[in-house]
Ligand binder design. Structure first.
Ligand code: ADP
Ligand code: GLC
Length: 491
C-alpha cells in the first residue's frame, strides 16, 4: 500500500520535552509510523530546555528565517531538526525564541495563546514553504486545535492541501485552552470570526479545543471507554453536546506503549533486567528501590508505587483516610514520585513524616526513578477520577507490577479484575470514586498478595499482555486511510 504523508503536531515529544503521557504518545506513534515506511513529519516548538540539554540542532534548508504575518504581527520563524532518540526520525522544532525560549513548556504568560496559535499556523506554513502536501494533519490536544481551522481556510485557495484531512486527538478534555475573545485578532482570525463557536464569542471567550473539535475531519481520543464517557455530561467538561453532534467522526483508540523504552528486559535504568522467564529477578529491583529511597528493607507486604502528576484528576484524595488507617497495621511500603497541587503534595509529605521507613515521597520529576518504581514496586496505584488512557498502568503490566485502578477511561480498557476462581485478570479494578471502594481494592490486593500462586498467576497474565504501539498503530493507519476516502466533514 502507498505510504502516507503524515504531519503530527504536538506541544510535547518525549524525551525532548515532557510533562505527561502526550509526550510519550506523540514520540512513539510518530516513530512507529515512520518505521512502517510512512513519510512522517513530527512538529513541536523549540523550547529553552531542549537547547539547555545540549541537543544537536540542524537548520532545515528552506525553512530558516521565514517571514510571516500572523494577526497584527510580522515576524520570523525557523525550523531546526533534531534526532528523536532511538527512532531514526528527526523532530522538526519551530524556533521562535521570543515565544519558546522560556523556562516552562506551558506558561501563565499573557501570550500563551500566541505560543500555541503560532505553532498551529506554522505547522501548515512549513508544509507550504517546502511544497510538501500532507495526507494527514494529526493534531494533539487543545494547543493545536486551531490548526484544523487554519487548514480549512488555507485549503480554500492553496491546492497543496486539497487532499489533506485533519485528525484531532483529545488526550485530556480537562484542558481546553480558553482565552478572552480579543485574542481572535492576534490569531489572525478577524475575517474568520464567524467560523468560531458563536456562543463562546458572545460570552467573551475563545476555546482552542472546541475550534479543533468543530473543524477536524476526524476526532479521536485515547481509549474506547473515554470516547463514550466524554459524550456524557459527567465527563464531557461542557463539550459533551458538541461531541455527541460529531459522534460519527469520533473514535477511541487506546494508546500503546513504547516497548523499546518501557520493557524490563532492556530497561537501562533498572537495577536488574528481567522478563517473564526470569520474573524472580524482579526482587532485586524491589530491594534496590527500597534502598535508593531509604525505605526499610524486606517488607512482608507489597511495595506500592505511584508516579504521577499530582492533580485532582488522578483521584489520590481517595487515599486521604484509607492510607493513614492501613499503614500502621500492614508491613507495606509506599514510593511516590510526582509533583503538583499543594494539597496532594502535603498529603504525601505528611505520610512520609508519619511513617518514616515505610513511605517515601520524592517530590519532582525524575525519569530514571519512574522506571525504577515500575520495576521495583509490587503494585501500582491509579485511582483516577477520570483517565483518558493512562500509560503507567500499561507500563506496570509490562513490569509485572499489579495495577490498582478505577474502572474508568483507558484504565477500564486495559486492566481486568483478577478472579481467583478462574485465575484470569491482570489487576485490581474498583468502580466508584469513593474511599470505601478504594479501601476494598487495597484489601483485595493484600489478600491476593497472601496467596502466592494467585499473585504470580496475575503477574504472568499482566506481562503476557501486548499493548505495544506495534499493535495499536494499525488502528491509526486504518483511520487515516478511511478518512482519505471520505469528503471533508461539513458543518
Ligand atoms: P498524564 O498524561 O495524565 O500525566 P499518563 O499516565 O498518560 O498520565 O502519562 C504520564 C507519563 O508521565 C508517564 O510516562 C509517567 O511515567 C510520566 N510521569 C508523570 N509524573 C512523573 C514524574 N514526577 N517523574 C517522571 N515521570 C513522570
Ligand atoms: C493525557 C491523559 C492520559 C493519557 C495521555 C496520553 O495526559 O491524562 O490519560 O494517557 O494524555 O494520551
Amino acid at each position: 500500500m502507498q505510504p502516507l504523508r503524515v504531519c503530527i503536531v504536538s506541544s510535547e515529544v518525549a524525551p525532548l520535552a515532557k510533562t505527561g503521557g502526550l509526550a510519550d504518545v506523540s514520540a512513539a506513534l510518530a516513530g512507529e509510523l515512520h518505521r512502517r515506511g510512512h513519510d512522517v513529519r513530527l512538529v513541536m516548538p523549540l523550547y529553552r530546555r531542549m537547547r539547555e540539554a545540549g541537543r544537536p540542532f540542524r537548520d532545515v534548508p528552506g525553512l530558516i528565517d521565514r517571514e510571516m504575518s500572523f494577526g497584527p504581527r510580522r515576524g520570523r520563524w525557523s525550523v531546526r531538526a533534531t534526532p528523536l532518540p532511538g527512532k531514526d526520525l528527526d523532530v522538526l522544532c519551530v524556533d521562535v525564541p521570543e515565544l519558546y525560549d522560556r523556562d516552562g513548556i506551558y506558561t501563565q504568560d499573557d501570550d500563551e495563546h500566541l505560543r500555541f496559535g503560532l505553532l498551529s499556523r506554522v505547522c501548515l506554513a512549513l508544509c507550504q514553504e517546502s511544497g510538501w502536501a500532507p495526507d494527514i494533519l494529526h493534531l494533539n490536544d487543545w494547543h493545536v486545535g486551531p490548526a484544523a481551522l487554519y487548514l480549512r481556510l488555507l485549503a480554500s485557495w492553496d491546492t497543496l492541501f486539497a487532499k489533506t484531512r485533519s485528525v484531532l486527538t483529545i488526550h485530556n478534555i480537562g484542558y481546553q485552552g480558553v482565552f478572552a475573545s480579543d485574542v481572535v485578532h492576534d490569531l489572525g482570525l478577524d475575517d474568520a470570526v464567524h467560523k468560531l463557536h458563536q456562543e463562546d464569542l458572545a460570552a467573551g471567550r475563545v476555546n482552542f479545543l472546541k475550534t479543533g473539535i468543530l473543524y477536524a475531519d476526524a476526532l479521536t481520543t485515547v481509549s474506547r471507554t473515554y470516547a463514550r464517557e466524554i459524550q456524557t455530561e459527567e465527563y464531557g467538561m461542557g463539550l459533551d453536546g458538541m461531541l455527541r453532534k460529531r459522534a460519527d467522526r469520533l473514535v477511541g483508540i487506546v494508546n500503546g506503549i513504547d516497548d523499546e523504552i518501557w520493557n524490563p528486559s532492556v530497561d537501562p535504568h533498572i537495577a536488574r533486567k528481567f522478563s517473564l522467564d526470569t520474573l524472580d529477578d524482579k526482587r532485586f529491583d524491589r530491594a534496590a528501590l527500597l534502598s535508593d529511597l531509604g525505605l526499610a528493607p524486606d517488607p512482608k507486604g507489597p511495595v506500592l508505587g505511584i508516579v504521577s502528576r499530582l492533580v485532582a484528576q488522578k483521584g489520590f484524595d481517595l487515599l486521604f483516610d484509607v492510607l493513614p488507617e492501613m499503614l500502621p497495621f500492614h508491613d507495606v511500603r509506599l514510593a511516590v514520585l510526582g509533583s503538583g497541587e499543594p494539597k496532594l503534595e502535603e498529603f504525601f509529605a505528611g505520610l512520609q513524616a508519619r511513617f518514616p521507613g515505610k513511605v517515601c515521597f520524592y517530590r519532582g520529576y525524575n525519569d530514571p526513578l519512574s522506571h525504577r518504581i515500575e520495576a521495583g514496586a509490587d503494585a501500582f496505584l491509579m485511582p483516577s477520577r477520570y483517565e483518558p488512557c493512562g500509560l503507567n498502568q500499561m507500563y506496570s503490566l509490562a513490569y509485572g507490577t499489579i495495577p490498582v485502578v478505577r474502572n474508568t477511561g483507558g484504565l477500564a480498557d486495559t486492566v481486568t479484575l483478577f478472579d481467583r476462581r478462574t485465575g484470569e485478570g491482570t489487576g485490581v479494578v474498583f468502580d466508584h470514586s469513593e474511599p470505601g471502594a478504594m479501601r476494598w481494592a487495597l484489601l483485595y490486593l493484600l489478600e491476593l498478595w497472601g496467596d502466592r500462586d494467585a499473585w504470580t498467576r496475575m503477574q504472568r497474565n499482566a506481562m503476557a499482555q501486548d499493548w505495544s504501539w506495534r499493535k495499536q498503530t494499525g488502528l491509526y493507519e486504518a483511520l487515516y486511510r478511511k478518512l482519505l476516502e471520505m469528503p471533508v466533514a461539513s458543518h
